[in-house]
Design a protein around this ligand. Structure first.
Ligand code: FAD
Length: 401
């Protein structure tokens, strides 16, 4: 590693990996510390929105991602009772972005790709089985405490970035509150290779399906179909939702096939809406789930974390080259990204969930009618997609001074 103290990043999820790549590209020394012995292969985010693809393109990794993933240029809001479909065609934003589509690809494909690109890079190093457990800082540096198989060590860093997910040790050690709430119900997810596209007419690869009894999201990744449902918050034993019998019954309600579905992955998880009270404290900053979490409807969590990483990467490079005042630059990062998380991501994801889950037939009818009107009108459809594709949010955040 070069002589300058590196930027230390706790966590090599999508946000930490993109920040590391951004810094290394600028010749800023970076040390990534990942708690796990290898990069986690968990099936979580699978949607990359257009501005995220533009940022990954600037970092040279969009093309291999696109080659691996599924290009989804239309998505649907379906009403299961009436069979009505509102389809949004993303070609209406072709004059606004190089990538007028959503890319469906597992998030671990991105972290693995970046780890490969950074291997052997002069300015970057990734250490596995290294868990950040605390830090102390002064005006010159941060001393990061790390646990690894060889014991406890202290590493000197120019800045410490908490990219260590929703339960961030860095955020907790910095004493930063994570205000918000947790929904009472959990979300249930199952993946299957059964070809749902063959049994539903004109099924898109991303579908939000309303139903007064049971709404769901049905989307395709590069590897399988994934279905997400809400669960009953009063269920005394939520783990029962993961049984074969329950999942087979739930999938059969979607499509009553002969025989069992192959279920290649299942999980149930708590859903939160929280934003950290600040994104920076001295020489410590947060990105991704460490500073904002939301329900997955709309696929904005990982995308927002990548947008944080690119914004912060540029500011850290300017600070370390003496081109920006550290306090002012980090305060601007906080205003641009935290303000946006509160105004945009939290509002949209809470509204997306409320819209899906209403059991009132009038609300459902109006919802479907409004969506179908929007989808049929190119001007309204464009405005709807610009918002959902996070293009407006990135532009708005960059405009904050
Ligand atoms: C089922 C599901 C579906 C989702 N779908 C979408 C979607 O389609 N689109 C979307 O945008 N978002 C989606 N999300 C959210 C998305 O997965 C997260 O927002 C994203 O993973 C956050 O990335 P991150 O890098 O901030 O944190 P993480 O992905 O959580 O990565 C944190 C990393 O830090 C490591 N770590 C933790 N603690 C330490 C420590 N103390 N020291 C060192 N390393 C540490 C972890 O091992 C991990 O590698 C979904 C989430 C779920 C649960």
């Amino acid at each position: 590693m070069p002589v300058q103290d590196p930027v230390v990043i706790a966590g090599c999820g999508p946000a930490g990996a993109v920040l590391a790549l951004h810094l290394a590209h600028q010749g800023t020394p970076v040390l990534m510390l990942e708690r796990e012995p290898a990069l986690p292969i968990d099936l979580r985010a699978s949607t990359f929105h257009p501005p995220t693809l533009e940022m990954l393109n600037d970092l040279g990794v969009a093309a291999p991602m696109i080659a691996k993933g599924l290009i989804v240029d239309r998505y649907q809001y379906r009403d299961r009772r009436t069979g009505e479909v509102a389809e949004f065609d993303m070609s209406v934003i072709a004059d606004e972005t190089l990538f007028p589509f959503r890319l469906q690809l597992e998030q671990y494909e991105l972290t693995q790709l970046i780890a490969r690109v950074l291997q052997g890079h002069a300015d970057a190093e990734l250490r596995y089985s290294h868990e950040v457990t605390g830090f102390r800082q002064d005006s010159q540096a941060v001393t990061v405490r790390v646990e690894s198989p060889s014991g406890t060590e202290e590493i000197r860093a120019s800045y410490l970035i908490g990219a260590d997910g929703a339960s961030s040790r860095v955020r907790k050690a910095a004493g930063i509150e994570f205000a918000g709430f947790t929904y009472r119900e959990k979300f249930l997810v199952a993946s299957t290779e059964f070809p749902l596209e063959e049994v539903f007419d004109n099924l898109s690869y991303v579908n939000y399906i309303a139903d007064p009894e049971e709404w769901c999201v049905v989307l395709r990744t590069d590897k399988a179909w994934r279905v997400l449902w809400p669960t009953d918050p009063d269920c005394p034993d939520p783990s029962a939702y993961l049984s074969d019998a329950h999942l087979q019954e739930r999938l059969r309600r979607l499509h009553d096939r002969n025989g069992d579905y192959d279920i290649r992955h299942r999980c149930i998880y708590d859903v939160h809406q929280r934003v950290a009270e600040t994104y920076c404290k001295g020489r410590v900053a947060l990105v991704g789930d460490a500073c904002h979490i939301n329900n997955p409807l709309g696929g904005m969590g990982m995308n927002g974390g990548i947008h944080d990483a690119v914004n912060l990467g540029a500011k850290l490079t300017d600070i370390l080259r003496g081109r920006a005042d550290p306090q002012q630059a980090l305060a601007l990062y906080d205003r641009q990204r935290r303000g946006l998380a509160v105004r945009f991501i939290q509002q949209h994801t809470i509204a997306n969930k409320a819209l899906m889950e209403s059991t009132d037939p009038n609300v459902q009818r109006n919802r479907q009618r409004t969506l179908m009107e929007k989808a049929a009108d190119p001007v309204k459809a464009k405005s709807f997609i610009m918002e959902r594709a996070m293009i407006n949010s990135v532009r708005e955040s960059c405009a904050v001074a």
